[in-house]
Design a protein around this ligand. Structure first.
Ligand code: BV8
Length: 228
């Protein structure tokens, strides 16, 4: 069957071989710091300096890294495929863009964006951020935060994502452990719509049983061999 509408979901595993930390692998970020302290609104309210340090460290790290063959294969698929490809990423890094992907949704936000809790402005952002940093739009100080979606916050563009899942005939999940909702439910949504569902991951994810098909191995090898 040749597909017309593909939805792809990526997680930290697609960027792992570029050097981006994953979260739940044995040396992942959540083994070093409690997610409640740095990836929740409560954590930010309690200790904004700690949260800014956490995201400043990740922003600096991402700036040094390059896309890998998995990112490049997904950008090629979008360029060369005659139907539609929507790439939904849980990642806050910009490696998909830097590889050439354009039809892309960062459902958990982006490291290179700042959100002002005073005026609501979202601005492109480079470099470190702190409570002393003025908002680029309203110039107030003490209201700037990383423009990422923390636990308990609504992910971005959910309506657009669900519309695409319900119209998809192919759903490919790449490099995600299937631990975090609502992303972990996307495979079921696409499956209910009749899409063929595939997991491309280093190892079986927590939602492995929800997929029609799976290929396990490193993304930089498995993704090009699957999409090219
Ligand atoms: C929300 C911030 C509601 C950004 C992150 C049921 C339904 C709905 C919600 C919930 C639910 N049950 C629980 C919830 C609440 C919660 C949740 O899911 N909790 C979990 C812990 C149970 N969800 C939420 O709070 C979400 N919001 O539901 O809002 C709402 C409704 C109305 C109004 C308001 C709110 C928000 C979730 C977003 C949280 N933000 N981070 C950042 O700092 O980056 S979470 C964090 O996990 C990242 O965003 C990350 O992207 C995400 C998923 O992790 P993965 O990408 O999968 O990474 P992980 O390390 O886990 O796995 C990596 C995988 O790659 C592994 O499988 C590994 O084997 C593989 N791999 C490794 N190397 C390679 C590889 N694969 C291939 N090649 C390799 N080389």
């Amino acid at each position: 069957m040749d597909y017309r509408r593909i939805v792809i979901l990526t997680g930290a595993g697609v960027s792992a071989e570029s050097g981006v930390d994953t979260f739940r692998d044995k040396n992942g970020l959540w083994s070093k710091i409690d997610y409640r302290d740095v990836a929740t609104p409560e954590g930010f309210a309690a200790n904004p300096a700690l949260v800014h340090d956490f995201y400043n460290m990740r922003r600096r790290r991402i700036a040094e890294l390059e896309p890998n063959d998995a990112h490049r294969a997904l950008a090629r698929l979008e360029r060369e495929f005659s139907g539609e490809v929507l790439l939904v990423t849980q990642n806050i890094d910009d490696l998909h863009e830097r590889a050439g992907s354009k039809n892309l949704i960062h459902m958990h936000g982006e490291h290179r964006s700042a959100l002002c809790t005073h005026c609501g402005d979202r601005s492109p952002w480079e470099g470190d951020m702190s409570l002393e940093t003025p908002c680029p739009a309203c110039a107030t100080v003490g209201h700037l935060r990383p423009d990422v979606v923390w636990f308990g916050e609504m992910p971005y563009q959910m309506e657009r994502i669900y519309d695409a899942l319900r119209a998809a005939d192919l759903f490919i999940s790449i490099g995600t452990s299937g631990n975090v909702y609502p992303a972990a439910q996307f495979v079921q949504e696409a499956g209910r719509a009749g899409a063929h569902t595939i997991e491309l991951n280093l190892e079986p994810s927590d939602t492995f049983d929800d997929f029609d098909e799976a290929v396990h191995g490193p993304a930089s090898r498995v993704v090009p061999s699957y999409v090219d």
